[in-house]
Design a protein around this ligand. Sequence first.
Ligand SMILES: Cc1cc2nc3c(=O)[nH]c(=O)nc-3n(C[C@H](O)[C@H](O)[C@H](O)COP(=O)(O)O)c2cc1C
Length: 203
Amino acid sequence: MDVFEAINTTRAMRRLKADPVPDDLVWKVLDAAIRAPSGGNRQPWNFIVVRERATKEKIAGWYLDSWNKSYALIKGAAAANPETARTYASAEYLANHLADVPVLIIATVNQSGVAAVSPGGASIYPAVQNLMLAARALGLGTALTTLHRTHEAEVKALLGIPEGVETMALIPLGWPRGKFGAGPRLPVEKVTYWETWGQTGER
Ligand SMILES: Cc1cc2nc3c(=O)[nH]c(=O)nc-3n(C[C@H](O)[C@H](O)[C@H](O)COP(=O)(O)O)c2cc1C
């Protein structure tokens, strides 16, 4: 797949089938993740592949609790805008079906030695995006999620994650129920300034 097509059609795919994802494909997306840049090339990442039902159910319970305590409360307001309403409906579906997703990938960062100028996220999210693009190229759906972090201590205890290592994203991976397509985005001319802040329209 052309890289621009993959970029343009990688979006949050939250409605995923329960069908298993072959190990070699999981491997392939992780092998794309580790090609990413990181501060000082420290590569402070690890990826925990969770497929066991019991483990997924525990994480899904915490994720749903986090959803219920935050976004579910503002669902009414979100309904006013059709695009936001669609996002919330899809996020709510995922929150209620996370344990059914065949693979959950937890991306972690070892925070030791991460300088303030290069915060931990800066050294993991490029890898996460690589992973999601590779998944897209293979026809697999993903979404970058972080709601589990409300229960970071419990997730860490469950997965045996050592001190100093933080979970940065939970990426559900599976075959999508729906079709891939471009997400709604502000056009580039709206978000690009030339030379100084606010200068639009020049090339
Ligand atoms: C830092 C970050 C955290 C996010 N956390 C969540 C999350 O916890 N749950 C979720 O369903 N989506 C989460 N998302 C996905 C966004 O909602 C999604 O990227 C955005 O709505 C655009 O969706 P689209 O690509 O389908 O248009 C997160 C995205 C980012 C970048």
